[in-house]
Design a protein around this ligand. Structure first.
Ligand SMILES: [Zn+2]
Length: 628
């Protein structure tokens, strides 16, 4: 499960659920209830049962030290890939990658600045070098190279035909350096009919747009900052993006750029206010006497990782996808929720050896029915999920089987910690037949399912719903060991996971043998920020408090598994183990209450906070700060 970088602390994981309860239908068994398909009548298979011991054995191997937490760039993830390949091969499934069972792709595992990064102003021969990290900083997805050119202000750098708005209209930026404001005109939200930023606010969208207009480099400035906030430079590497945006991309501080606006007889805030007031571009060329020299030199670390793909042919070319990511955090990256234990193996037994082993177990159950089912089954083990759903996105862009023949995608991410028989199923609203199949199957299963309609969440099925393929997402819930070295195999509830796999096998059988494939249904986005995550930067999560919540705690408060050093929470004296119960007079029962309360606050607010420490209330006031 991918932890969004903006939500790393004070977190809300992005799959915020809206439970929908459905009435249970009549008693039902999978083997006999399948309606006979119109074209390819076939008896539903009488499948074997998932084997809890075998299931757990595979998790133990995937989560063993030899697999090194299956982090991109480790030998361990390659060992895991070969293990999966052997298992698929042993079951007699067809290779469905680009190189046998493998579909290799490249990911960036890190970027660092090397020497020679500079930005220099030249005002009619008067030169001034800006200071790295004080006045300017490159973005990690900038290309490396140098540019020396005149400078043009291109507003927010947005070309949005749907809003009849184009910062580049009538502007010549060919071979020039463009100065752009962060985010987007404030009127876009209202025009777009929703809250939050559109994709135009994304730095990547801006970089590509500038490049397409012929610019040589992009200089980003924050522009207006909220009351009480500082004009901060983005920390290098803290905003995710592609490997290389194909253009030089740096940020400079507002006060540096203010001099350039002054030379043009304008003010930065004045121009920005004008754009926002009328949602109308105010682009212009700075005086010809101003030149900038920009040099960016970045060393990018790459790794090649593999999706592992296997196919069970059916009687037709249509197929069902069943997938899970097998990568994890290796020795702990920025997404570790145990920052003090970075360097230790994060074994990822639940996240997501549990789903990976589940796919293998399902492959074992269906393998004997080669060529006998109405539709095929594509088994997918994804890499790159923890870096931002990269493996599934890669397959969706370069599918190894025709996308339009995929009738549904079932994703399992963290199914190994079923507690009190509770299981979450997402995406229920994305396929026209899902609700009835699940409801009928639930009647005959030991589980208490909690359904949500939407298909967007922080895992791989999101890459498929974006391609209008109906998706289902199976998940047993967050817990205290999420993204920590303590996510170990011995904590897996294998018997219940095996029962869930039997249930999922039934769902696959229903989908595979049904006469009609499910129709894709668009479910209104539950997260207005899903389009601009990462590169949009900033907005949406409220000010900085600095706690790392314990994801295992879901009722009667939010337990802190840690507190970030130097954060507002730390300054107020809070520490790991405290349970937040009141935030500014609002009772906090769970993480969602906390997220809402935080979002409703502003930087600089002084908030009275109550925690329980050893069961006793402890009050302190906290000065909320700006996220950095
Ligand atoms: Zn994860």
């Amino acid at each position: 499960m991918y932890l969004n970088t903006q939500s790393r602390s004070d977190a809300q994981v992005r799959h915020r659920r809206r439970p929908v309860q459905f009435a249970l239908a009549a008693f039902f068994t999978f083997a006999i209830a399948a309606p006979a398909p119109a074209q390819a009548p076939a008896p539903a298979p009488s499948l074997g049962k998932a084997d809890a011991t075998r299931y757990l054995d595979t998790i133990r191997i995937l989560a063993s030290p030899e697999m090194e937490g299956r982090g991109a760039g480790t030998k361990g993830i390659d060992r895991a890939a070969h293990l999966l390949e052997q298992r698929y091969q042993g079951l007699g499934l067809d290779p469905a990658g680009t190189q046998g069972y493998f579909q290799p792709f490249t990911v960036t595992t890190g970027a660092k600045l090397v020497s020679g990064n500079s930005v220099q102003e030249d005002f009619g021969g008067k030169k001034k070098a800006l200071k790295l990290n004080d006045d300017f900083v490159p973005f990690s997805f900038s290309s490396s190279g140098e540019a020396d050119a005149p400078v043009v202000f291109a507003g927010y750098g947005v070309s949005a035909s749907e809003f009849s708005y184009d910062d580049y209209a009538g502007l010549d930026v060919q071979g020039k350096i463009v100065v752009l404001l962060r985010y987007e005109p404030t009127g876009f939200a209202a025009k777009g009919g929703h809250q939050g930023l559109t994709q135009h606010a994304s730095l990547i969208t801006k970089a590509i747009n500038a490049r397409n207009h012929g610019a040589k480099a992009v200089v980003v400035i924050n522009g207006k900052v909220a009351a009480g906030e500082e004009d901060l430079l983005t920390r290098f590497g803290s905003v995710s993006g592609p490997e290389n945006a194909g253009i030089l991309l740096v940020q400079v501080k507002n006060n540096v750029a203010q001099d350039w606006f002054a030379a043009a007889g304008k003010s930065l805030s004045g121009v920005q206010n004008q754009i926002n007031a009328a949602t109308k571009p105010e682009s212009f060329a700075f005086p010809a006497s101003l030149h900038l020299s920009v040099a960016v030199h970045i060393d990018t670390l790459h790794a090649t990782v593999n999706n592992v793909l296997a196919y069970l042919p059916g009687k037709t070319d249509e197929y069902v996808i069943i997938g899970a990511h097998y990568d994890h955090l290796g020795y702990g990256n920025a997404d570790s929720l145990a920052p003090s234990q970075i360097g230790q193996i994060h074994p990822g037994a639940d996240d997501n050896a549990s789903g990976t082993s589940g796919v293998l177990e399902l492959a074992r159950l269906f393998a004997p029915y080669r060529g006998q089912l109405p539709r095929g089954i594509l088994f997918m083990s994804f890499a790159g999920e923890e870096l931002g759903l990269l493996g599934s996105a890669h397959w969706a862009q370069q599918p190894t089987r025709p996308l339009d023949q995929a009738i549904a995608m079932l994703n399992m991410d963290m199914i190994g910690r079923i507690k009190d028989k509770k299981v979450y199923i997402g995406g229920v609203g994305t396929g026209s037949t899902f609700q009835s199949i699940l409801t009928a199957g639930a009647k005959n299963s030991p589980f208490q399912f909690e359904y949500s309609a939407g298909g967007y969440a922080a895992s791989d099925h999101t890459s498929f719903v974006a391609r209008r393929i109906p998706v289902l997402f199976f998940f047993s819930g967050l817990h205290s060991d999420y993204h920590k070295p303590s996510d170990t195999w011995d904590k897996i509830n294998a018997p219940d996971a095996a029962r869930l796999l039997d249930f999922i096998a039934g769902v696959i059988t229903q989908l595979d043998t049904a006469a009609a494939r499910p129709k894709f249904i668009t479910v209104a986005a539950e997260d207005p920020h899903s389009g601009v995550t990462g590169s949009g930067g900033g907005g949406g999560y409220g000010p900085w408090f600095g706690s790392i919540p314990d994801f295992g705690q879901s009722e009667n408060g939010v337990r802190f598994s840690d507190v970030q050093p130097g954060s507002p929470a730390a300054k107020a004296g809070f520490k790991a183990g405290d349970v937040l119960v009141d935030f500014g007079g609002k009772p906090i029962h769970n993480l969602y209450d906390f997220t809402d309360a935080l979002r409703a606050s502003k930087v600089g607010d002084v908030v009275n906070v109550t925690v329980l420490r050893d069961g006793k209330p402890l009050k302190a006031s906290v000065v909320l700060a700006q996220r950095r």
